[in-house]
Design a protein around this ligand. Structure first.
Ligand SMILES: Nc1ncnc2c1ncn2[C@@H]1O[C@H](COP(=O)(O)OP(=O)(O)OP(=O)(O)O)[C@@H](O)[C@H]1O
Ligand SMILES: [Mg+2]
Length: 263
């Protein structure tokens, strides 16, 4: 059977994110499913700058999505800032996401026909009833933080990959969330731009105490982090039939195991 996931509990600081025995299955029809997370346990302290690393398909994005309350779980408990989110209503979750969580998606998820400023200010609209003038001011400030003040009026389709990545980060920062969850924020960038983005996020983390959780495949990015949480096991679907049998995987199910150990 797959390894259970365990992270040594931390005792000195306050945990801002906790996951206990978290399971997530993606259903693919009646009998097939991908068991993407199997009993994940972790604690992340307020103000930590943490990396999730592991093979492709091991469940990193899935874990980030469920911690960011963007998707539900099948079993277990997730707490954000001391509140158990597992049984929160849709509107409670929307409020929590808007006020406490900033998310940088693996593929940016910008709206190509909108300008950088409009993309960022959409996130403010979702978060609160703020006047248009203040929304624009907040969005400009977020773009300036990521060094894109002079590109505010450019449509995102007119920006380079690195610039789009910065817009996506500005959008995650605009509501001043306590937690930023970033899925491969440097994944499509050259090494110099990647270093700049990392330095910018690190500086924010030091200055504001915001917690950063960053999914990355890049060991250089991992080295910049306080801690690496390793998501180890490759999905069973790429194992040999014999290995699948030995692990007790039923034919017809596709399983992806997630195993985490302290970095
Ligand atoms: N919406 C979905 N429906 C079905 N299966 C999914 C879905 N999203 C992810 N999966 C499966 O869940 C497993 C974990 O996927 P996930 O995207 O979390 O991996 P990852 O570690 O982020 O990979 P990568 O490094 O390639 O981004 C994979 O086996 C994937 O195929
Ligand atoms: Mg991913």
């Amino acid at each position: 059977m797959p390894a259970k996931t365990t992270i040594a509990a931390k005792t000195t600081k306050t945990a801002i994110i906790t996951a206990e025995n978290v399971h997530k299955k993606y259903r693919l029809g009646r009998n097939n499913f991908v068991h993407a997370l199997r009993g994940v346990n972790l604690e992340i302290d307020e103000g930590e700058f943490v990396a999730f690393m592991g093979p492709s398909g091991s469940g990193k994005s899935t874990l980030l999505h469920v911690l960011g309350c963007l998707d539900n779980i099948d079993e277990g408990t997730i707490s954000i800032n001391g509140s158990n989110v597992t049984h929160m209503s849709g509107s409670q979750l929307t409020k929590l996401r808007a006020s406490q969580l900033g998310f940088v998606f693996q593929g940016y998820n910008l709206i190509s026909v909108l300008t950088a400023l409009e993309n960022v200010s959409l996130a403010v609209e979702y978060a609160s009833k703020i006047s248009r003038k203040d929304r624009v001011k907040m969005s400009r400030e977020a773009l300036e933080k990521v060094g894109l003040g002079d590109r505010a009026k450019h449509k995102s389709s007119e920006l380079s990959g690195g610039e789009q990545q910065r817009v996506a980060i500005a959008r995650a920062l605009v509501n001043n969330p306590r937690i930023i969850l970033a899925d491969e924020p440097t994944g499509n960038l050259d090494s110099q731009t990647s270093e700049e983005i990392m330095a910018m996020m690190r500086e924010l983390n030091k200055r504001t105490g915001q917690t950063f959780v960053i999914v990355t495949h890049d060991p250089d990015v991992g080295k910049e982090c306080d801690r690496i949480i390793r998501i180890k096991e490759p999905p069973t679907s790429i194992m040999s039939p014999e290995a699948r049998k030995n692990r007790g995987v039923q034919p017809g199910s596709v399983e992806g195991a997630t195993s985490i150990s302290p970095g």
